[in-house]
Design a protein around this ligand. Structure first.
Ligand code: BJW
Length: 272
């Protein structure tokens, strides 16, 4: 069950009542034939997955994720980077989609077309039931050859490899290292995913942006594309960020609280 809104959730910088803002967002969404939802790490925070830019804890507290998520870091210390991703795989394996993921999946009951563009690599949108998910930054569930020796990407099923102690494991074809199939800084996004994201951002009626700081490109440029094409932008985030100045409605609060209320309200409007 989602938590009820607290007094802090309800207070909005502009002094506008939060229920009124959610109602305004619902009345925008209910008219959408195509809704595009751009998500970031904040959506999975209430599942217990740390966001990218908040302080890391435990073993990894002394590492900056931005310095581990690069080809250079992997070349310099493949074991360290692989172990970091193994740690994060274990977090994802132990976690579940939260009310925010489920509310986004539920939108498909009320709107003709909902496309989720996610920067997250945890697969929780699909697990919650969203049927059209574009993974912009890959998936932590897949591994591939660092050299992509059989073409881009050379995906390797870890479970099918003979057991061994190598960290990282080796590619069965060329014996280079395996790496997670995610997009590191300085690497291009998967072309088909990026092209589709670009297109649907321009062609949708409404874009909803949830739980991203809006600092990593090209994903951070998508709300501007939507806006410049004349589409409405709704944002859900506990903190204002790079996207907020573009938003027609900014719903300040945790996604796991705000989205279930929004979807309930939308359901009421679409039935009336
Ligand atoms: C809540 C919440 C709750 C908390 N509810 N919300 C143009 C200008 C400047 C720089 C560039 C540019 N174009 C490209 C660049 C360089 C670079 C870049 O953007 N750098 C910036 C940092 C300046 N971009 C790239 O390198 C990209 N590649 C590229 O452009 O290639 C071009 C190329 C073409 C041809 C050949 C070669 C190259 C690649 C970017 C890849 C990003 N990868 C990562 C790692 C993925 C794997 C992994 O997870 O390990 O993706 S980095 C990291 O940031 C991760 C995230 O997906 C991404 C975005 O972060 P996100 O999701 O916004 O998380 P946070 O932590 O920043 O924010 C969390 C938010 O949640 C906050 O707002 C909170 O308030 C909120 N929140 N609790 C809702 N309960």
């Amino acid at each position: 069950m989602p938590e009820p809104l607290t007094e802090a959730d309800r207070s909005h910088p502009a002094g506008v009542d939060m229920d009124e803002l959610i109602a305004r967002a619902a009345s925008i969404l209910v008219r959408a034939r195509t809704l595009v939802v751009l998500t970031g790490a904040g959506v999975s925070k209430e599942s217990g997955i740390p966001t990218f830019r908040e302080a890391q804890t435990g073993l990894w507290a002394r590492y900056d994720p931005q310095e581990l998520a690069t080809r250079q870091a992997f070349r310099r210390d493949p074991e360290l980077v692989w172990r970091w991703y193994q740690f994060r795989r274990s977090l994802v394996a132990a976690a579940r989609p939260n009310p925010a993921h489920r509310a986004l999946a539920e939108l498909e009951r009320f709107l003709p077309r909902v496309i989720v563009l996610t920067q997250n690599i945890d697969g929780f949108h699909q697990a919650a039931g969203s049927s059209d998910v574009v993974e912009l930054h890959g998936s932590i569930g897949r591994s591939r050859c660092f050299a992509d020796c059989r073409g881009e990407p050379t995906l390797i099923d870890l479970a099918a490899l003979p057991g061994g102690d190598a960290v990282p494991p080796r590619c069965p074809y060329c014996h280079d290292y395996l790496r997670p199939d995610v997009v590191w800084f300085g690497e291009p996004l998967p072309q088909a995913a990026l092209q589709r994201a670009w297109l649907v951002s321009a062609q949708c009626d409404v874009m909803m942006v949830v739980g991203t700081s809006g600092v990593v490109y090209p994903a951070a440029a998508l709300p501007r594309i939507a806006r410049e094409a004349g589409n409405a932008v709704v944002e859900v985030n506990p903190e204002p960020g790079g996207i907020t100045p573009l938003a027609d409605v900014f719903l300040q609060g945790p996604a796991g609280t705000v989205l279930p209320i929004l979807v309930r309200m939308l359901g009421g409007l679409s039935e009336s």
